[in-house]
Design a protein around this ligand. Structure first.
Ligand code: FE2
Length: 134
């Protein structure tokens, strides 16, 4: 399944939306690599990009929230931290057994669904708060 960055995912904050687009692209690249049965090395690189980009994006988003004194910062950061732990587990599992069918399932059902739900819910709240503070 390939994900499309459509209107429903737009928060209206350009900086956040640009990074979300990159995240969706990275996820799609990983899913494509799995579907095409790409080698372990290539899948490892695409996972690494997705993980690094997720961490960078969360850091940037958290900085922005602090800058605007977002009242739900602590709760939002906890969601990010828990998700990072979840992703770490998936990566460790992949490194151990490397089965791409299981990996594809987890990317779709854990990573993608979490990100999409988070963007549509929590991140839209952040973007609306920032917009109203300006
Ligand atoms: Fe977030």
């Amino acid at each position: 399944m390939i994900y499309t960055f459509d209107k429903s995912l737009e928060t209206g904050n350009t900086a956040i939306d640009t990074q979300h687009k990159e995240l969706i692209d990275a996820m799609n690249n990983l899913l494509t690599a799995c579907a095409q049965g790409k080698g372990r090395e290539e899948i490892k690189n695409t996972i690494k990009f997705l993980v690094d980009y997720t961490v960078k994006h969360f850091n940037d988003e958290e900085k922005l929230q602090k800058q605007y004194n977002y009242p739900d910062y602590a709760a939002h950061k906890k969601l990010h931290d828990d998700f990072k732990e979840e992703v770490k587990k998936i990566v460790e599992e992949y490194e151990q057994d490397g089965t791409s069918v299981v990996l594809t399932f987890k990317i779709n059902n854990i990573i993608a669904s979490w990100l999409i739900k988070h963007i549509k819910g929590e991140d839209k709240k952040v973007a609306a708060f920032i917009k109203n503070s300006k």
